[in-house]
Design a protein around this ligand. Structure first.
Ligand SMILES: [Fe+2]
Ligand SMILES: [Fe+2]
Length: 376
């Protein structure tokens, strides 16, 4: 007598037999689908069936194994009657079918989230000329951070409803790995850096429209969580880049591509990577980056799309950088920490629709003048 295997499915022996038959003759996925089983269950029943096991159903009916007749005469000790039956235990893991269904659902959600971020619409609610203050890398805990300048620039923008803020990433140093040795040289501890960061976000009254996470921010997931928490209710920090479509009250739109850094480098042209991006996507009005701790501003007239494309690289506030100066040969720059990009949605010319200033004060003077001239 063959050994018995108890099965937990509520199917009758006739139905189990049909599953086994279909699985052998066609395939296990098809066989299992008819009764809502996992293909692995069908495959397991086939194994038992071929290995000379009787399948006992809960209603007491039995499916005789393939070689039952032969095994009953062979006197093989392995197929001799046993005084017990082994229960078929349910699987701990999800079946392949369940895993595939979950993967399909997960990917749909991820794709939806990705597409929602592609040229997300930021609706500007104030009419007339409007400014976007783009702050370069703060590195606000670095010994070389010009905090007087940073405080000055944050105050300039804070409280204005005709200007929004954008931060280009690398808010703090957040040293890790072999760079952890630099904590020994840094006067500001990590907990002090987080206090300063919270102060920048909460005390100056800046309406942040964009906040990027740079390489220093994403070196540890903890810093991402901290920024996410500190910026909650204001803006969702974005990993490395944000593609934005500003929509102005008169219906005019402007596409802006913010990246901590764009791929590509030329020692003779600081805008090489930005120009490449602007050429590839001719509909973009603003291409802006941080990361290199270098400042530049350039306007390109794109005749194919009838627009002026503004390329900007903001330097950030880490003015004194012994590594860049001593090892790489880049002396410090003491200006160009942030830029003001002014949009004039009422303009009929491509030339004056967008204009960037690599000095915040100059830009704010221009914005004030333009708003007054337009009667706002
Ligand atoms: Fe960076
Ligand atoms: Fe940086």
């Amino acid at each position: 007598m063959a050994k018995a295997v108890q099965i937990f499915s509520k199917l009758t022996a006739a139905q189990v037999g049909r599953v086994i038959e279909t699985a052998i003759e066609r395939n296990s996925t098809l066989a299992a689908a008819e009764y809502g089983l996992s293909p692995e269950t069908a495959r397991r029943w086939v194994r038992h069936y071929k290995n000379g096991r009787v399948l006992e159903c809960p209603d007491g009916s039995r499916v005789e194994p393939l070689n039952n007749a032969e095994s009953s005469t062979a006197k093989d000790p392995a197929t001799e009657p046993a005084s017990f039956s082994i229960p078929e235990l349910p699987d701990e893991e999800l079946s392949a079918a369940d895993l595939k269904a979950r993967k399909i659902q997960d990917y749909k959600r991820r794709k939806e989230a990705y597409l929602a971020r592609m040229w997300r619409e930021i609706k500007v609610k104030i009419s007339g000329p409007w400014g976007l203050a783009c702050f370069g890398d703060f590195h606000l805990d670095d010994n070389g951070c010009d905090w007087e300048q940073l405080d000055h620039d944050l105050r300039l923008v804070g409280g204005r409803n005709d200007v929004a803020g954008a931060h280009m990433g690398d808010a703090t140093n957040n040293w890790i790995g072999r760079l952890s040795r630099l904590w020994k040289e840094q006067e500001t501890t990590q907990s002090q850096a987080i206090i300063l960061l919270e102060d920048v976000i909460k005390s100056y009254g800046i309406h942040w429209a964009v906040w990027l996470l740079g390489n220093h921010d994403i070196w540890t997931s903890e810093m991402g969580y901290i920024l996410d928490y500190q910026l909650r209710g204001k803006v969702k920090p974005e990993n490395w880049q944000a593609k934005v479509k500003f929509v102005f009250p008169n219906g005019r739109e402007s596409m802006a591509w913010f990246r901590h850094s764009f791929p590509g480098f030329s020692q003779y042209n600081p805008n090489h990577a930005l120009g490449k991006a602007a050429t590839r996507f001719g509909l973009v009005d603003l291409v802006i980056a941080g990361h290199e701790h270098d400042a530049s501003e350039e306007r390109r007239h794109n005749r194919f799309f009838n627009r002026v494309q503004q390329l900007v690289r903001v330097k950030g506030y880490k003015d004194i950088d012994p590594y860049a100066d001593d090892q790489l040969g880049f002396p410090p720059l003491f200006e160009g920490h942030a830029a003001l990009v002014v949009f004039d949605p009422d303009s009929t010319k491509a030339l004056s629709f967008i204009r960037a200033f690599d000095d915040l004060e100059e830009g704010l003077d221009y914005l004030t003048f333009k708003r007054k001239a337009r009667g706002y």
